[in-house]
Ligand binder design. Structure first.
Ligand code: PNS
Length: 163
């Protein structure tokens, strides 16, 4: 079975992420969405909240829940891939600004474990400029972002921001 790990911070998951997940499911039989557990990173949502939002978003997408596992990881991504029997790391690419960071990570991961390949999928052009950080910034300042995030995220963002 072709298993891909789709890692990230997902703070929170956006429509850009779900578009990549949807495309990834065309290419791979199973995708493990892996939320990085990084206590040092300043996150708006806890890891548990992020996992719940991803699960709810997958349900909203109508994808077969048996093909999408949602999990958390810490330590090296390539070690996690090995534990999951995954030979593929799935990453989304948006504007050119992503390219250098993604190239560095892909090369580092290949250096750490040459048996794991990074595969990139282009984000849907409607969400090319959407990022979790911009979503949080806009929402915090009162902007309406509900068309850029899955339904379950929109309501939780408002609740988190006390609105
Ligand atoms: O959504 P993000 O924050 O861009 O995701 C970054 C992520 C989680 C993919 C990256 O930080 C990561 O893989 N961290 C795990 C630590 C690791 O393996 N580092 C070495 C490879 S760069």
């Amino acid at each position: 079975m072709s298993v891909a790990v789709y890692p990230g911070s997902f703070d929170p998951i956006t429509n850009g992420h779900t578009s990549i997940l949807r495309s990834g499911l065309v290419a791979f039989e199973k995708i493990v969405v892996a939320v990085l557990h990084n206590p040092r990173k300043n996150a708006l949502f806890t890891v548990d909240e992020r996992i719940e939002m991803i699960r709810e978003s997958v349900e909203e997408m109508g994808e077969d829940p048996g093909r999408v596992e949602v999990d958390t990881f810490d330590g090296l991504l390539v070690d996690y891939c090995k534990r999951k029997n995954a030979r593929i790391i799935l990453r989304g690419l948006r504007a050119v600004a992503d390219f250098e960071y993604e190239l560095q990570m892909a090369n580092m991961n290949r250096h750490l474990n040459s048996e794991v390949e990074t595969v990139f999928i282009m984000a849907d052009d409607a969400y090319f400029y959407v990022s979790s950080n911009l979503i949080k910034e806009a929402a915090t300042l009162g902007g309406d972002v509900k068309e850029l995030v899955p339904g379950p995220v929109a309501s939780r963002l408002l609740a988190k921001l006390g609105r």
